[in-house]
Design a protein around this ligand. Structure first.
Ligand code: PMP
Length: 439
């Protein structure tokens, strides 16, 4: 499909356990648990099966014999009537253990896609691996970098799934306000002002090292960080030597022409400090559980070692399906589909805004979502939306998420609530807004 500059997939688990880039000392970002991870010998040997000679006699792994699997072939009918056929040889790949980084043809396609869209400046020092959805990558990245009680900088409001990963580590959150233009660099500077960059840069402990951001069509606020702010945030991260976790599952669900999308942090990463999380959940299927992480090799290597002992690899059947789909569509077909997805959610958003304007004007405030599936509503007349949602709205058969769920400190009152417009009809939007307004 996409032309790829790098050949195939590389199992990076044979790299030295602590690899230091000439630019960055990645070791200071790693938790003790992550530093202690060792490659799994069997997983590494299994990776040698990729592109192996037919002469190879493989007796190292506990590979079950696919002859004993009950499945022979598969055919998936697409909405356009075409069929994705998985013939018996490919079916064997779908059903067998894969190398931990992912299904090699898919990795090749994703690298080509990433290179085309983001053209990462540190591409030769980067690696890309497939994860079981972006949540899987995010969870492992945070486990790699957050020790109990560490600092963590995040935009606020923050995706609740990230807070749920983090809360058990009892981090010292450094929330940075995000408004209709995304994370505010001035607020970021203010949060960091208790330290001098030179005191933070090389410190091993007791300083912030990680910044989490969901830059496009943010969950829950629906808005994107402006290009100017991205450059400022990157510069501050560079000054303070922070790793940026760029969680971007709504990248392809932004409204507008892809060529006008703001540059990703990965695309401006000259230092090798960005880990980017992509997902096919919003555009192909959330149930397939296919996402991918791209970033500096030494950090990806640590995530890989975690994968080697947890899920081993993202589901093979899902990876083969996505790969075959991308192959069938080609680049043009993929982007045609993306445009259809954008158009769909744009119509949903517009219907949602119309209903909100009609029923909630004067009661709620909101910023127009630039993509994604959420409207983030502020209710100025109530100090906190919790009771309004958990009691009164529920009684009226409306379920929304109280804003507290997206705050680092949920004990504080919050005037916001999140409404998803992805699966409800315009008629339901009308009804719901009417019910909220009479609450
Ligand atoms: N990050 C954000 C901001 C999300 O909204 C979601 C999905 N709710 C995820 C990550 C996880 O997505 P995936 O299905 O790829 O694991």
């Amino acid at each position: 499909m996409f032309t790829c500059v790098e050949a195939g997939s590389v199992d990076i688990s044979f790299w030295p356990v602590l690899h230091f880039s000439h630019r960055m000392n990645y070791s200071r970002f790693l938790t003790t648990v992550s530093k202690n991870r060792q490659p799994s010998l069997i997983r590494d040997l299994t990776s040698l099966l990729t592109n192996a000679s037919p002469e190879l006699v493989f007796m190292a792994g506990g590979l079950p014999n696919p002859q004993m699997f009950p499945f022979q072939a598969a055919s998936v009918t697409m909405k356009d009537g075409r069929a994705l056929t998985i013939h018996p040889k490919l079916m064997t790949d779908c059903l067998q253990y894969l190398p931990t980084p992912g299904y090699p043809p898919l990795i090749k396609q994703l690298k080509a896609l990433t290179e085309k869209i983001h053209a990462p400046p540190c591409w030769v020092d980067s690696e890309l691996i497939v994860t079981a959805g972006s949540q899987d990558g995010l969870c492992k990245a945070l486990e790699m970098m957050i020790n109990q009680g560490d600092y963590l900088i995040t935009q606020e409001p923050c995706y609740t799934g990230t807070l749920s990963i983090l809360n058990p580590y009892q981090p010292r959150y450094l929330p940075v306000t995000a408004d209709h233009e995304g994370m505010n660099p001035e607020a970021l500077k203010a949060v960091l002002s208790q330290w001098q960059p030179q005191d933070v840069r090389d410190a091993e402990e007791g300083v912030p090292k990680v910044l989490y951001i969901n830059p496009n069509a943010c969950n829950p606020s629906g808005v994107s960080c402006t290009e100017k702010r991205r450059h400022e945030i990157y510069r501050i991260a560079s000054d303070y030597n922070l790793v940026i976790l760029e969680d971007d599952p709504y990248y392809f669900v932004q409204f507008g022409d892809i060529k006008d999308f703001h540059p990703s942090f990965l695309s401006m990463d000259t230092d090798g400090r960005v880990l980017r999380f992509d997902s096919f959940s919003k555009v192909l299927s959330s149930g397939l559980r296919v996402g991918f992480v791209t970033g500096p090799k030494p950090l990806i290597q640590r995530i890989l070692l975690h994968k080697q002992v947890s899920i081993l690899h993202a589901p093979a059947m899902s990876q083969v399906l996505v790969s075959e789909l991308l192959h069938l569509w080609g680049e043009e077909g993929f982007f045609r589909h993306i445009r259809a997805v954008q158009d769909f959610y744009l119509k949903q958003r517009n219907a949602m805004l119309e209903a909100a304007k009609k029923h909630l004007t004067g009661l709620c405030e909101w910023a127009v979502p630039t993509g994604g599936m959420f409207l983030w509503l502020k209710v100025p007349r109530v100090p906190d939306t919790w009771d309004m949602i958990m009691e009164r709205a529920l009684e009226k058969n409306v379920i929304l998420v109280p804003g507290k769920a997206f705050m680092c400190d949920p004990s504080l009152p919050c005037q916001y609530m999140r409404a998803a417009f992805s699966v409800i009809t315009p008629e339901q939007m009308e009804k719901v807004h009417h019910r909220i307004s009479s609450n």
